[in-house]
Ligand binder design. Structure first.
Ligand SMILES: [Zn+2]
Length: 286
């Protein structure tokens, strides 16, 4: 190897290590390029932190209070004591717990759960926090101004990212009545995206999907499910009841979205994992 090539490589290595410091401190970058330096090899080698954004499924889970929806059920069909093996069967609506809304959920002719292209399941993540607004008004929705404020603080939202809207509703997850927040008239009250914000994120920022930490990407009082239509019409998906958003930074992490694959399905339970710079933890968190 020629000495000047070596020198060039050494300079390149220094530049790379400076960029790594950038990852650890989550310095906002114009294109969100820093996360791309975290590889699956880093994850395997314990050089990345994983936050599980998936609620644990059980029969107490909140679910959409619509006709035909039932709680999650798990029954034992064989035990080690009696059968030499432990085996169970579960049943649940597609749209229960942490789950994906496939593009065919609100728009016919769009891909069903089994035909979403797998490359759509890997993307940089972004968290937009509207917790303060949601504290004051449960019916609040994300505005264009909120997005502009976010971008002036953190840089432009990268194209093809998955957007996660943090409403603070995750803290009510174990209290179904507080979570759905239904009034005497039967109306639900929880925050979400507005139509204009969804349109901007899907069309101007090419978002792969829109996620939220409550029951729906449309707010509780929505009658026409405008946000679902905007997202699904563009062939994109929604993610609902996403857990632990309070543990994520505004940007600087990568997401893996892993739904089950149901033929003709309109949605289904989905494991969502955030990968961040930092040290791996050994224990499983709830
Ligand atoms: Zn859903």
């Amino acid at each position: 190897m020629l000495p000047n090539v070596r020198l060039w490589l050494a300079v390149f290595a220094i530049v790379l290590s400076i960029s790594s410091v950038g990852i650890a401190q989550d310095i906002p970058t114009p294109r969100g390029a820093s996360v791309e330096l975290l590889t699956l090899a880093d994850v395997a080698a314990g050089r990345a932190r994983i936050v599980d954004l998936t609620h644990v499924l059980n029969e107490k889970n909140a679910y959409w209070p619509g006709p035909g929806y039932e709680p999650f059920q798990l029954k034992t069909i064989a035990t080690i004591e009696k059968d030499g093996v432990l085996s169970k069967a579960f049943s649940m609506p597609e749209h229960l717990g942490t789950h994906i809304d496939a593009p065919n959920h609100f728009e016919s002719g769009q891909p069903d759960l089994s035909s979403i292209s797998p490359d759509q399941f890997f993307a940089p993540g972004v968290v937009i926090d509207i917790t303060p607004q949601a504290e004051v008004n449960a019916d609040t929705t994300l505005t264009i101004k909120d997005i502009q404020d976010w971008e002036s603080n953190h840089g432009r939202i990268p194209d093809q990212a998955i957007i996660l809207l943090h409403t603070g509703w995750g803290r009510f997850w174990n209290n179904y009545s507080r979570y759905k927040n239904q009034d005497a008239m039967g109306k639900l009250h929880f925050p979400a995206y507005s139509g204009e914000a969804a349109r901007f994120l899907i069309h101007e920022r090419k978002a792969r999907g829109l996620g939220i930490d409550n029951l729906s990407i449309d707010c509780g009082i929505s009658k026409n499910f405008e946000v679902h239509h905007i997202v699904n019409k563009a062939g994109r998906y929604g993610l609902e009841n996403v857990a632990q958003l309070e543990r994520l930074p505004a940007r600087g992490f990568f997401l893996i979205v892993a739904p089950i694959r149901i033929e003709a399905g309109s949605g289904g339970p989905t494991r969502i994992l955030a990968i961040l710079p930092g040290k791996a933890k050994k224990e499983v968190e709830r």
